[in-house]
Design a protein around this ligand. Sequence first.
Ligand code: KIV
Length: 296
Amino acid sequence: MSTTSPTASQQPAARKKVTVRTLRARKRRGEPITMLTAYDYPSALAVDNAGTDVILVGDSLGMVVLGYDTTLPVTMDDMLHHCKAVARGAKYALLVGDMPFMSYQVSVEEAVRNAGRFLQEAGMDAVKLEGGRERLDAIRAIVSAGIPVMGHIGLTPQSVHQLGGFRAQGKTAAAAKRLVEDALALQEAGVFSIVLESVPGRLAELISRKLEVPTIGIGAGVGCDGQVLVFHDVLGLFDRFTPRFVKQYAHLHAVIAEALRAYNDDVLARRFPAAEHTVEMKEEEWEMLEKMLQDA
Ligand code: KIV
């Protein structure tokens, strides 16, 4: 469990690239790990420059960028496209590509091949996939191909229909015990870290204490080794529903709406573009043009 809390501004001036070993060391020293999602070049630049340890190119992009109701329609092509843009923007953070629905469930071979594409084609450092004991074969095979894997248990959005909605998990003793067993099994299979999503805080803390690899919580309380939130939620980019576990650090939706309204008003009133936004010709060139047009 994390015991100390340096701020991003206390990080060493000469930043080094974060690796899976860095995260393990952070857990040993009791220092919290920061993780955020990013989906394109500007969001990757912003998240990386803020000193974030891990950037997840989450399949949540299906909902916050592509406008789907769930993450299920997201494809490998969608993920690789966004991962490439993030890799161009981020220099220091560990980059984790989220394996989309049906890219690792069908066979171990497909899982390894798709995981490899995230590193080989899209510049990621690691992959994340959802599920517990049912994913051990795929995880072992991906790890033995030399690809670091982050696990994800609790509320696993790709199983939304099986779970009966986006609901908290591990609330009964039996369900909590299964999650503890799943976490230990994932660690045994070789994951370097595990996301715990929407599980009771006490359970997340217990799992974090039992594991050597760091846990990253989302809706799982302060007892995890690190925390992750979705870029659009942190910045308040939407005014629609935000989950209870989200803390909005800005309300950019309102700022953006106001700026876009002001632009439209300026265009309608011919206040934009003004002289400072306009390129002009030298007077003598203009006069020459007028003369040339007269002569023509
Ligand atoms: O897809 C995603 O953004 C995620 C995080 C919320 C953990 O899986």
